[in-house]
Design a protein around this ligand. Structure first.
Ligand SMILES: [Zn+2]
Ligand SMILES: [Zn+2]
Ligand SMILES: [Zn+2]
Length: 756
C-alpha cells in the first residue's frame, strides 16, 4: 500500500545494516536495490518480512540478484509515473498517538492544529483522486508546503517522510465558521466558537473526513428534540461521539471486543447496550436498547471532545435517505435548514464516505455498514482470476459496488439507496473511481436479477458480458467466499426482499449452494404483500396479510382488535386487494414477517427507516431474558418438492399468546426462538438428505443479534459448522461482494471446462 511509511522504513533499515542502494515507490509496489555484505542483505530481507511499519501489509516479496554497481549511499527516489497500478490504496485512519501528543504540546508548531497527520494516520481514500499516490493527485494539491514541512517531508528518517497530506498552520487547510445563511462569523478561533454554540444548545454542521456531521450536545433534551424535528426523523437512533473508552463505559456496557473496535484505527460506530441513567437525552436513541458510539478520529474531533461533553450527537449531514453532504457548497445548500452554523475547512473531500457501523454478536464483530476506515481495503477471493476482472454493481438498497483484481475483491464505500438521483450519481462516481484508482477494466459485469433496479439498468448499459446473480445466492456466496469455501453448503438467507429465479419476491430461503450455483429446497410460506413496496413501510398491511393466512374469516375481527387505526375503510380496501389479487405480489420474506409481528404486538406500525420494526421487536425480546418458549411451524411439501415452512402457524400461536395475556416482551422473545428453531429444523432436514454439515447464514435479518445468538448456539450444539460474514456486511452492503465471488468462480469453472 502507498502512504504507510514503507520507504522511510527501508531507508533506516538499510542505514542500520550498512547497505547501499535506493528505494522507490512504483504503482506496482515498492522497489529497492541493495548492495552490501551477504549476511546484511539476508537480514534486510528478513526484516522486510518480519517487521514492516504498523500500517503496511506486505502482500508478497520477490527478489533477484543483480551485479553490484558500487553505490556508496542510500537514496530514496521519486514516484515513477508509469507501470501497472497494482498497489493498494489505504482507507482513512484515525489520528495516531504521536500526532495527538504533538497537537497537545504548546511548544509544538502544530499545537492545536486541526489537520495534523503523518504516515501512520490521516486521510487517504477520501482525498485521493488518482494513482500513484502523490500530493499532486490528492485534494491537498492546492496547499504548497512551507519550508519546515518540506524539510520533514524530504527527510527519510522523519515520520512525515513523503506523508503526502502533511501540513501545518502555516501552509495547510484552515477552519472557518459560517452562520446558517452563509455569512462568515468573525471570531478568533472558529472551533472554540463552535463549541460555545453547541454548549448553548445549537446544532453545528461539522466538516469531517468523509462528509459532514450534524453535531449537538447529546445531553441537551431540547437540542436533540430540535435536531429530530429538523431532520424529520422521529425515531431513528443518532450516532454519538464520546471522548474515550472510559467515557463510553459510563453510558453503555462495553465488553473487550467492543473496546478493541472503538479504539481501532478504523474507528467505526459500535452499537453497544445502553446503561441505565446514562445522562443522555431520551431522544438520542429512543426505543433502542443500544447506542451507536464512536471515538474521535480526526484532530478536530479530539479538540471538540476535549470539552467536557458527556457525548456529542454526530449524525451524518443529510436529510433522511440522501447521500451525506461532502462539499462546502453542497452542505450549505442542503443543510441550511438543519444547522445553525457551519464549521468548514478548505481541504476537499473527493469521495464521500459515511461512518462504518459494527456490532459484536457472540464475541464476533459484524458489519451493519462497511465504509470509512475499511473501504477500499481488499477482501480475498477464493480464486485468482487474473486477466478477467469483474465489476459487481450490487442490488438497490444500502448499496456498495465491488471490483476484482487478480485474487482480491475491493468493496467500495457505502453508496446508499439507489432510489434517488443524488445516490445514483454517487453510485456512478463510485464505479468510475474504483475502476480508476485500481486500474481495472472489467470484462464482466455482475448484477442482481431484479429487472427494475437502477444498478441492473446501469449494468446493461455498460455493453459488457453480464453475469446475473440471484440475490440470496449472492448473500450466501459472500459468506462462502470470505471463508474461502467453494463446495456445497446449506445456505440460510433471511432478508427483506430479493428477486427470485421464478420472478417472485423471496426473502426467507433455504438453499443448497456452491459458489457457482444453488438449488432452493425450502422457503417460508408465501403471503400477499398488499400494495407491494408500500407494505414494506406500513407494517400493519403485512400483519393483516398474515392474520388472513392464519385465521381466514376471523382475520378482520382480530385486525380490529390488534391493529389500532386499521379498522374501517382501509381494512376493507386491503381485504379486497388480497381477495382480488390486485397489486398483491406473494412474498416469502422473513423481514416482512418480522414487520407483521411487530405490528401485531403493537410495537411498531410503520417503518419510518430501514428495519425499524424488526429492531424494535428485537429490543423488546431482549427484555424477556431467559424465555425459552416458542411456536411450532408446520411444514408442507409442495408439488415441485420444495418444503414450505408454515409461518402462519407461528402467527396463530403468537396471537393466541398475546390475547391470552402473555406480555409483549415474552411474545417477542418466543417469536425469535421460533425463527431460530425453524431454521435449525430445516438445516437438520437438509443434512439428513445430503450429508452436508456446513451452514452459511446471511441476509439483512442476520444482523438481528437476538436471533443470530440463538440460532448459532442451536446449530453448533447440533454439530454443524457455521459460517458467518466477518469482513463484509450480511445485509445488502455485502451483496456486490457475493456477486463478484459468484461471477469469478463461474468464470474459473468455465475456463476449466474448456481446458478439459
Ligand atoms: Zn500521525
Ligand atoms: Zn507547513
Ligand atoms: Zn438482501
Amino acid at each position: 500500500m502507498q502512504g504507510v511509511g514503507f520507504r522511510p522504513f527501508v531507508y533506516s533499515l538499510a542505514a542500520r545494516l550498512g547497505l547501499y542502494g535506493h528505494v522507490a515507490n512504483d504503482p506496482a509496489g515498492v522497489i529497492t536495490e541493495i548492495e552490501g555484505e551477504q549476511e546484511a542483505t539476508e537480514r534486510f530481507l528478513d526484516a522486510l518480512r518480519s517487521s514492516p511499519p504498523p500500517m503496511a501489509r506486505v502482500a508478497s516479496i520477490t527478489f533477484r540478484e543483480i551485479p553490484p554497481t558500487g553505490e556508496t549511499g542510500f537514496s530514496v527516489r521519486l514516484s515513477a509515473q508509469h507501470g501497472a497500478r497494482t498497489t493498494l490504496i489505504l482507507p482513512d485512519m484515525a489520528t495516531c498517538g504521536d500526532c495527538l501528543r504533538e497537537m497537545s504540546a504548546p511548544d509544538d508548531r502544530r499545537y492545536r492544529y486541526a489537520f495534523i497527520n503523518c504516515t501512520n494516520c490521516g486521510p487517504r481514500y477520501t482525498i485521493i483522486r488518482d494513482l500513484p499516490y502523490d500530493r499532486s493527485r490528492t485534494t491537498m494539491s492546492p496547499f504548497e508546503m512551507c519550508p519546515d514541512c518540506r524539510r520533514e517531508y524530504e527527510d527519510p528518517a522523519n515520520r512525515r517522510f513523503h506523508a503526502e497530506p502533511t501540513c501545518c498552520p502555516a501552509c495547510g487547510p484552515r477552519l472557518r465558521l459560517l452562520s446558517s445563511d452563509g455569512t462568515e462569523i468573525a471570531c478568533d478561533d472558529p472551533l472554540e466558537e463552535t463549541i460555545r454554540r453547541i454548549r448553548a444548545g445549537r446544532i453545528a454542521a461539522v466538516k469531517g473526513l468523509g462528509g459532514f456531521h450534524l453535531a449537538c450536545d447529546a445531553a441537551n433534551q431540547e437540542a436533540v428534540a430540535l435536531l429530530r424535528r429538523r431532520k424529520h426523523r422521529d425515531h431513528k437512533p443518532f450516532a454519538i461521539m464520546v471522548r474515550d473508552v472510559r467515557a463510553a463505559a459510563r453510558i453503555c456496557r462495553i465488553g473487550p471486543e467492543e473496546e478493541a473496535l472503538l479504539s481501532s484505527p478504523e474507528r467505526p460506530i459500535v452499537l453497544i447496550e445502553k446503561r441505565e441513567g446514562n445522562g443522555l437525552a431520551e431522544g438520542v436513541a429512543p426505543r433502542s436498547a443500544s447506542f451507536g458510539v464512536m471515538l474521535p478520529y480526526t484532530p478536530l474531533h479530539h479538540m471538540l471532545m476535549a470539552e467536557d461533553f458527556t457525548a456529542l450527537i454526530m449524525t451524518s449531514g443529510n436529510f433522511s435517505d440522501e447521500p451525506i453532504a461532502h462539499s462546502n457548497e453542497d452542505a450549505r445548500v442542503r443543510l441550511s435548514g438543519l444547522a445553525d452554523c457551519f464549521l468548514l475547512h478548505d481541504r476537499s473531500i473527493h469521495i464521500r464516505t459515511d461512518d462504518s457501523v459494527v456490532q459484536v454478536i457472540a464475541q464476533r464483530s459484524r458489519f451493519l455498514r462497511r465504509s470509512r476506515g475499511y473501504a477500499p481495503a481488499p477482501v480475498k477471493l477464493p480464486c485468482d482470476i487474473s486477466g478477467g476482472e469483474i465489476l459487481a454493481v450490487g442490488p438497490e438498497l444500502n448499496n456498495t459496488i465491488c471490483v476484482t483484481r487478480s485474487g482480491n475483491a475491493f468493496l467500495s464505500h457505502h453508496v446508499g439507496d439507489l432510489q434517488n438521483v443524488p445516490a445514483y450519481e454517487s453510485f456512478i462516481q463510485a464505479v468510475r473511481h474504483m475502476e480508476d484508482i485500481l486500474a481495472v477494466k472489467p470484462s464482466v459485469v455482475a448484477r442482481d436479477m431484479h429487472p427494475g433496479y437502477l444498478s441492473t439498468r446501469y449494468a446493461m448499459e455498460r455493453g459488457l458480458p453480464i453475469e446475473p446473480v440471484q440475490h440470496h445466492h449472492a448473500h450466501i456466496a459472500s459468506v462462502m467466499a470470505e471463508a474461502g469455501r467453494t463446495d456445497r453448503v446449506i445456505g440460510v438467507s433471511f432478508d427483506g426482499m430479493g428477486w427470485g429465479r421464478d420472478g417472485g419476491l423471496w426473502g426467507g430461503e433455504f438453499m443448497l449452494c456452491d459458489l457457482a450455483d444453488f438449488e432452493r429446497f425450502g422457503s417460508l410460506e408465501a403471503v400477499p404483500q398488499p400494495g407491494g413496496d408500500v407494505a414494506s413501510k406500513d407494517t400493519r398491511r403485512m400483519a393483516y396479510a398474515f392474520l388472513r393466512a392464519a385465521f381466514g374469516r376471523d382475520a378482520d375481527a382480530l385486525a380490529c382488535e390488534m391493529l389500532p387505526g386499521f379498522a374501517g375503510e382501509e381494512l376493507r380496501i386491503i381485504s379486497r386487494m388480497i381477495e382480488k389479487r390486485v397489486n398483491c405480489p406473494l412474498t416469502s420474506s422473513m423481514g416482512r414477517l418480522f414487520d407483521a409481528v411487530a405490528a401485531l404486538l403493537g410495537i411498531c406500525g410503520f417503518n419510518s427507516f430501514h428495519a425499524q420494526a424488526p429492531m424494535e421487536l428485537e429490543a423488546k425480546a431482549r427484555e424477556a431474558k431467559g424465555e425459552d418458549g416458542f411456536y411450532e411451524a408446520g411444514r408442507a411439501r409442495l408439488l415441485d418438492g420444495m418444503i414450505e415452512v408454515r409461518t402462519s402457524d407461528i402467527v396463530r400461536g403468537l396471537v393466541s399468546d398475546a390475547r391470552g395475556g402473555a406480555g409483549v416482551a415474552v411474545c417477542a422473545a418466543r417469536f425469535h426462538n421460533s425463527i431460530a428453531r425453524l431454521a435449525l429444523d430445516m438445516c437438520l432436514e437438509a443434512r439428513k438428505n445430503t450429508c452436508v454439515e456446513t451452514v452459511a447464514l446471511s441476509g439483512g435479518v442476520m444482523a438481528n443479534a437476538c436471533l443470530l445468538e440463538r440460532l448459532l448456539a442451536m446449530l453448533e450444539k447440533d454439530g454443524f459448522e457455521v459460517l458467518l460474514n466477518a469482513d463484509v456486511p450480511p445485509g445488502d452492503g455485502g451483496v456486490s461482494f457475493g456477486q463478484a465471488a459468484v461471477a469469478a468462480w463461474r468464470r474459473r469453472c468455465a475456463l476449466q471446462c474448456r481446458l478439459e
